[in-house]
Design a binder for this molecule. Sequence first.
Ligand code: GLU
Length: 253
Amino acid sequence: MRTRFAPSPTGYLHLGHILAAKEAFGFGPCLLRIEDIDHTRCRPEYITAIYQDLHWLGFDWPLPVRVQSQHLEDYKAVIETLRARGLLYRCFKTRAQLAETPPAPLAPSDEKALLEDNAPFAWRLSIKKCRPLISAPLRYMDTNAYKTVAIETLSDIVLARKDIGTSYHIAVTHDDMAQNITHVVRGADFIDQTPYHVLLQHLMGWPTPAYHHHGLLLRNDGEKLSKRNLDTTIKSLRENSLTVAQVLDMASL
Ligand code: GLU
């Protein structure tokens, strides 16, 4: 058995992350992975702070840590494989256009014109093209219960973003395979992503790990904790002289 804790260094770790770390590290042998593919939001000082905060709290992990920004070529190769199989299409639409109409492949002549204009595009997964490749229901374990991917409810997600050329979905499924992760333990806020990950694993011939989505720490007003709630960063709690035991206790449901 092997699981992982996979924070993104887009800010300082807060209590919500520590709840997730407790769930993952408490589940079984656990790797640490830094999910930093988004160079527009991730910063090296946040990676250093992740190591410091986790060590301070007593977490330990085998080395080397997998840092996703060092593996961008691997993610590009996955996208190329799916693209070569005709499962992806270019999407030139802006956010505003997508609010009006759903994404869809363009007619070749329209696409050619946009490419000649050097218009930026994302690569989206065509669920329609995936369907013939699914002969039996895609099943996976989610917290000790079998679930089935309801393919008809899935949409054409972006697999290669305009700005970074890859996506969370590609990097996370690739690395769960590359690191032989058997159990993915992560927050309930990822529950809707899992069917897409199971579909990608099927398309790529990768094993599907078991999933467990844990509950989320909510603020008093019922909102999810996030890096916008700066008062709950581990850095500030430590600077305010809270003890390790107190912080670990606060990171509980
Ligand atoms: N990188 C994600 C985060 O920062 C976790 C993704 C996952 O566990 O699949 O919350």
